[in-house]
Structure formats: structure tokens, C-alpha cells
Design a protein around this ligand. Structure first.
Ligand code: C5P
Length: 419
């Protein structure tokens, strides 16, 4: 029987989040944010402003967090809640943050529990603005948000563009979806100082090489490994560009995703971004060949048609090989090798030939590894001759292990170059 992938402990275990919820229609989505953060291990204390209680009840939050939801500035039992919550927090997330709340936060008002908590805390504060598009566009709201961001150092997640409350149409002002907010919170809770603010370039997915207007040569890559790397890199604080071939996966939150189809398009994007990257990870399964000619009409079958004829293939550029020379001094470059035989030997050749700092090798024939699955079992080989074989793991965990290694390599290089 194949061994089961290891599941990690919840990532935010032991972390304390204060979730402030203020009076807008998007408040119902805050219940899911509270639930998801709790499921990820965080201890979530909810603070509700008075106006939000018309939209959603404290009990909803208590049900999903297993903790009392706070509403009063001066609670009973002699507890200095207005001080304690802010002091103990690792993160304060306000979702939704209404126009009125943002105005009060910008002024530093302390006439409710959320206000005092914000003044007391020295933890990062993340606001998820949610308001009507006209209110959002008003100069005063913009000024208040700028003040929160530029003077108070609060971070802003959104707002997004999309349908607003019923009858209000669509526009900028919509609160980001709970999953995206949880990712924004995760980027603060999980920041890795070695990767924070670093530029990270990832290639992912297959490439499609056109034969005619409707057919292409491609491969079975789903893009999962590369997308997981881009997402994890952003969650650790990186500034991430993902150059992705055709993949059904959605753009990862926060990641600048550039969609391309062919190897040559991927080449041009990598060429443009690699000179600035601190870490580049070549996770794409690039087609090695492409048809010499792209037929202008669909190739037909049937009577009177001479048949498809031979297809002549020519080599695509090797993106990693041909762009690695453009990387900045000290940048870390990681490659992948997918081999069905002589895995170790071929991976070592590629490590040398393509000048990677380390290479991640896997065999798609092994159960649970390779394309189209959620897990991977990899062997990591580096230039110093070290080897690490990881067990069968979820791709996001494999991505974390790869980024850990890239981050320590980056800090070793930094120490040596004295930067
Ligand atoms: O295809 P191959 O096994 O040589 O791929 C090894 C590494 O080189 C992978 O990291 C892959 O993303 C990269 N590569 C590339 N351009 C190609 C072929 C491979 O960047 N044309």
C-alpha cells in the first residue's frame, strides 16, 4: 500500500489574531474568515463594533472560534480587555473595515473596544476595506486609507472590484473574499525574514506549441507544483512573479501571474524578469520541441485530402540554460528534473549543465509523484554534493521545503558578499 502523505500541524498554531468586525453587509463573510483562521490553528478573538450587531450576531463568531466574541469596551469580571487583547495579539485583522471605521481608525478614536485595541497594539494591523464605490472613491475616504497605510503603517488588503450590496451595482469597494483575506493574514503571520521583500520568479505548467489554429503539442503538466511554489513564496513575504503556461489553476492571491502559451513566450518573460530576481525557480515542463511550421488552416481528413503529412519538429530554446547568465550576482536558481529512468544521474547532469544551485528531481512513474496529483516525492541534490530525499508530501509542503532551502542558500550568499 502506498504510504499516506504527511500532513503538517496547523500552520498558525499558537498564534493570536484579533478579528475586528465593523458594520457593513460584508460582515457575514467575516464568520468564514474567523472559521478558517481557527481551523489553521490560530486563537481568534472577535471584536464586534456596535453597528455590526445589526448584521451578524456574536454567537455566530463564538460558534466557529470556540471563544467569546467581545462587544463591550468595559467588560465585567475586572478584566482590562481594552488593553489585553491588543497587547497579546500577533495580528489585528479588521474585516470588513467600513468607511466610518477607517475614518475613526485614522483619527485614533478610542470610544470602543476595537479603537482601544488598535491604540494599544504594536502588532501588524491589516484592514480589509468594504464600502460603496462612491464612498470609496471620495477624497476623504482615500485620505483616511492613505493615512492608515502611510502614517500608521497599517496594511490594506483590497478592496476588490465586483458586485456591491444589492441595488448598488458593481465597482471598487467590495471586500476581498475570505480565502484571499486568510492568505493576506497568513503572509503576515508566516513571513520569513530571509524572503521578505525578495523578488522571486517561478515558471510553471506546460507549454502549448501550436500545430494549426486548433491543435497543439503539449504535455500533462497541471502546473500544481509551480503554482504551489509561487503561493508559498508570497505567503513567506516574497514579491512574486509567476510565468505560467496553460493551467486551469486560478492566479494565486497576491502573485503577479503572467499567462503565456509557448516556450518562446515563456522565454521572453523570463528574460525580462530574471535580472531582478533574488530567487528563480524553473518548475515549468517546457516542450522541448515545436512544429517547424504552424499551419494557417485546420488540418483536414477525408476524401480528396492528402492526409496530415509529416510534422517536422525543431528544438525550443532551453529557457533555464539560456537565461541563467542574466541573473544578478548572488541570486539563487533552482531547477526541476522529471525523469522516468536514471533519475539521480540525469538530475546531477542538469544541475551542472544549467548552473542551478540545487535541483528537485522526481519520477512521475512513482505513485503519488509527478503530474496531475496533489502530492510529490522528491530528491533534492545540490552543488555541494548534498542530497535530501523527502517523503511523500502535499505539494504545498514540498514547496515550503524548497523555499526553505532557497532562503538559506540566499542568506549564505548574502553573508559571503557582505550585503
Ligand atoms: O526538460 P529538462 O528535464 O531539461 O528540464 C530541466 C529544467 O530545465 C527544469 O527546471 C525546466 O523547467 C527547465 N527547462 C527550461 N526550458 C526548456 C526545458 C527545460 O527552462 N526548454
Amino acid at each position: 500500500m502506498a504510504d499516506r502523505p504527511l500532513t503538517p500541524r496547523p500552520p498558525w498554531e499558537g498564534r493570536r489574531v484579533v478579528l475586528g468586525v465593523t458594520g457593513g453587509i460584508a460582515a457575514y463573510k467575516a464568520v468564514q474568515v474567523a472559521r478558517d483562521l481557527t481551523r489553521l490553528g490560530a486563537r481568534v478573538d472577535t471584536v464586534l463594533t456596535e453597528s455590526v450587531r445589526a448584521f451578524v450576531a456574536p454567537l455566530s463568531f463564538e460558534g466557529v472560534t470556540g471563544r467569546e466574541a467581545h462587544t463591550e469596551l468595559l467588560a465585567g469580571e475586572g478584566r482590562a480587555l481594552h488593553i489585553g487583547l491588543g497587547q497579546e495579539a500577533d495580528l489585528i485583522l479588521v474585516a470588513p473595515a467600513t468607511a466610518d471605521f477607517v475614518a475613526r481608525a485614522a483619527q485614533g478614536r478610542s470610544d470602543d473596544l476595537l479603537g482601544t485595541t488598535l491604540l494599544v497594539t504594536r502588532a501588524p494591523v491589516l484592514l480589509a476595506p468594504a464600502m460603496n464605490d462612491r464612498m470609496y472613491g471620495h477624497t476623504q475616504s482615500q485620505r483616511n486609507l492613505e493615512h492608515c497605510r502611510d502614517v500608521l503603517g497599517y496594511r490594506l488588503a483590497g478592496p476588490g472590484v465586483g458586485p456591491l450590496a444589492a441595488g448598488e451595482g458593481a465597482g471598487p469597494g467590495r471586500m476581498l473574499e475570505p480565502e484571499a483575506l486568510v492568505d493576506h493574514a497568513g503572509r503576515i503571520l508566516g513571513a520569513d525574514s530571509r524572503l521578505e521583500g525578495r523578488r522571486i520568479l517561478v515558471t510553471a505548467g506546460p507549454t502549448w506549441e501550436p500545430l494549426d489554429p486548433v491543435r497543439y503539442l503539449g504535455n500533462r503538466s497541471s502546473g500544481r507544483m509551480g503554482f504551489a511554489l509561487a503561493r508559498e513564496a508570497w505567503l513567506r513575504g516574497g514579491d512574486v512573479v509567476l510565468v505560467a503556461g496553460p493551467s486551469e489553476l486560478p492566479d494565486p492571491v497576491g502573485v503577479r501571474t503572467v499567462r503565456i502559451r509557448t516556450a518562446r513566450e515563456m522565454f521572453r518573460e523570463v528574460e525580462a524578469h530574471i535580472p531582478e530576481a533574488d530567487v528563480t525557480i524553473f518548475a515549468a515542463a517546457v516542450s522541448d520541441f515545436r512544429p517547424r511550421e504552424v499551419r494557417s488552416q485546420k488540418t483536414k481528413k477525408g476524401p480528396g485530402v492528402s492526409g496530415p503529412g509529416p510534422i517536422e519538429l525543431i528544438e525550443n530554446p532551453d529557457i533555464a540554460l539560456e537565461t541563467v547568465g542574466l541573473k544578478r550576482d548572488g541570486a539563487v536558481v533552482v531547477g526541476f528534473a522529471l525523469e522516468t529512468e536514471k533519475l539521480r544521474e540525469r538530475a546531477l547532469e542538469k544541475l551542472r549543465d544549467k548552473d542551478f544551485d540545487f535541483i528537485v528531481a522526481n519520477d512521475p512513474g512513482e505513485e503519488g509523484a509527478g503530474f496531475e496529483v496533489e502530492t510529490n516525492r522528491v530528491l533534492i541534490l545540490d552543488r555541494q554534493g548534498e542530497e535530501e530525499r523527502l517523503p511523500l508530501l502535499r505539494k504545498d509542503i514540498v514547496a515550503g521545503a524548497i523555499l526553505d532551502r532557497a532562503a538559506s542558500r540566499l542568506s549564505q550568499v548574502d553573508v559571503r558578499s557582505g550585503s
